[in-house]
Design a protein around this ligand. Structure first.
Ligand code: SAH
Ligand code: SF4
Ligand code: F3S
Length: 465
């Protein structure tokens, strides 16, 4: 099945089910468990939006909720054990709270072997299972589950859907995520995402701009644009538009202070995009540039379509064109066939690029992917030993990078009180690093200049400049 763009009429039908749910939901509570990436977090905000419009209110105590939603991720194996554990716990709870509605959605629901596992285990207690392509149908499925008392399972095998105007209840009132495209066409050999999220499809630029203008009007200051490979944005539109062009348009929206985006792919990071980052003040100069491996051999077998040298050349080019550019990354160790020499290539790139931060992962076999069928899988012991060395290196560089900020003045959006120390206000500098400082509540929501006074590994401290 190809990509289905949902009509206004189809979305109106769902609004109808939201209305119909009011008599069941008013006065009741919901809770959502969100696993995985920012894209899933953004989709949980949509689930929250729909639930709120039905009349549910949020509770942070899942045990007391009438509706519990598990929005799942399957990027690595540990998520599987976690969800089965949680389902077991809620199965027990449901024995005493029989009218509790349990729903499961997200990427795991698109994996046939996981759905099978749910059927065989605690999953029998799920009232509702739906996939990534039909999230917009949540109101209808919930209504059916509640009114018929019959389990609803609706999972679509297809290239994907594009739905606009789903209600949304955002977690923050200052920072917002905006998904600009769905799916992925890259098929990196280790990755499950293309199988569970379908093919690339871009939202119409006007819809994206409309959403961002609305956010600016509501007082939002920072926007994060989301997509599995934002560099591919717009290629599939009837009137193609590049990501760089979209960024330029978004910069024209008044009131937005900073625009972040993730993730771009090193294989197609255009000069046009580099120029927009360099010239547009609002666009972050902190680039998330997933490396995955520093070895050209491993990169080839990962199907990443760039070499170690090409990656380093891209970093160098950006350093020349974008003053004060910084980098963050994702790295996998223990990919099938990775030799000690390959691993040392990864360490070498980390040493040369000097990332501000790096998410490091041990390779996890995913059913259905090309790498899962490779014969030269690496032993767990070796993987563990390598990730230990990598983390040590990443952390030593992190402190050195932090040190560079001490004494400088940085623009910071004041996000609120620090959760760990309510005496302090908190925000993030350009690179995304947390900074804590003292000040009054009147500063919350404002963009201020801070002088960095100290680095404390995971965060910085500062004073009003
Ligand atoms: N589209 C994004 C990545 C999304 S997944 C990109 O290409 O950058 C986030 C990260 O999870 C990836 O960058 C990768 O480092 C990691 N990852 C994906 N599949 C994995 C696997 N099978 N095992 C371990 N880590 C994995
Ligand atoms: Fe996965 Fe590669 Fe697509 Fe990222 S670009 S989602 S790593 S297949
Ligand atoms: Fe996980 Fe799906 Fe995101 S697999 S990382 S939640 S796209």
């Amino acid at each position: 099945m190809a990509i289905k763009v949902l009509s206004d009429e189809e979305m109106r039908v769902q609004k109808g089910f939201i209305e119909k749910m009011r008599s069941f939901a008013t006065g009741k509570m919901y809770h959502i468990f969100t696993m995985g990436c920012q894209l899933n977090e953004n989709e949980s905000e949509k689930l929250a939006g729909m639930a709120s419009e039905m009349g549910y209110s949020f509770t942070d105590q899942p045990e007391t909720a009438d509706l519990v939603i598990f929005n799942t991720c399957c990027i690595r194996e540990n998520a599987e054990d976690k969800i089965l554990g949680q389902l077991g716990y809620f199965k027990a709870l449901k024995r005493t709270k029989t009218d509790m509605v349990l729903a499961l959605c997200g990427c795991m629901a698109q994996e046939p072997h996981m759905v099978e596992k749910f059927h065989k285990t605690h999953g029998q207690h799920l009232d509702l299972i739906f996939g990534t392509h039909n999230l917009y149908r949540f109101p209808e499925l919930l209504y059916e589950a509640v009114t018929t008392q019959k389990k609803q399972e609706d999972i679509w095998e297809m290239d994907g859907t594009l739905a606009e105007d789903i209600p949304i209840k955002r977690d923050s009132s200052l920072k917002a995520s905006v998904t600009i495209m769905y799916g992925c066409n890259n098929f990196c050999s280790y990755c499950i995402v293309p199988y569970v999220r379908g093919r690339e499809r871009s939202r119409e630029p006007e819809k994206i701009l409309e959403e961002i203008r609305g956010l600016a009007k509501d007082g939002y200051k920072e926007i994060t644009l989301l997509g599995q490979n934002v560099n591919s944005y717009g290629k599939d539109l009837a009137n193609p538009m590049s990501f760089a062009e979209l960024l330029k348009e978004i910069c024209k929206v008044d009131g937005i202070f900073r625009i972040r985006f993730m993730s771009p792919h090193p294989k197609d990071f255009s000069d046009e995009l580099i120029d927009v980052i360099a010239t547009e003040e609002k666009v972050t100069k902190c680039i998330h540039l997933p490396l995955q491996s520093g070895s050209t051999n491993v990169l080839k077998s990962m199907n990443r379509k760039y070499t170690k040298e090409q990656y380093l050349a891209l970093v160098d080019k950006m350093r020349v064109k974008i003053p004060n550019v910084t980098f963050t990354t994702d790295i996998i160790v223990g990919f099938p066939g990775e030799t000690e020499e390959d691993f040392l290539d990864t360490m070498d790139v980390v040493r040369r690029v000097r990332y501000d931060s790096a998410f490091t992962f041990v390779y996890s076999r995913r059913v259905g992917t090309v790498a899962d069928k490779m014969e030269n899988q690496i032993e767990e012991e070796v993987k563990k030993e390598r990730i230990g060395r990598l983390i040590e290196l990443v952390n030593s560089i992190l402190e050195e990078q932090n040190e560079k900020f001490v004494g400088t003045i940085q623009k910071v959006l004041v996000e609120g009180r620090s959760k760990t120390n309510p005496e302090m206000l908190t925000g993030r500098i350009e690179s995304g690093k947390v900074i804590n400082f003292s000040g009054g509540d009147d500063l919350i929501g404002k963009v201020i200049d801070l002088k960095i006074t100290e680095q404390r590994k995971w965060y910085l401290t500062g004073v009003l400049a």
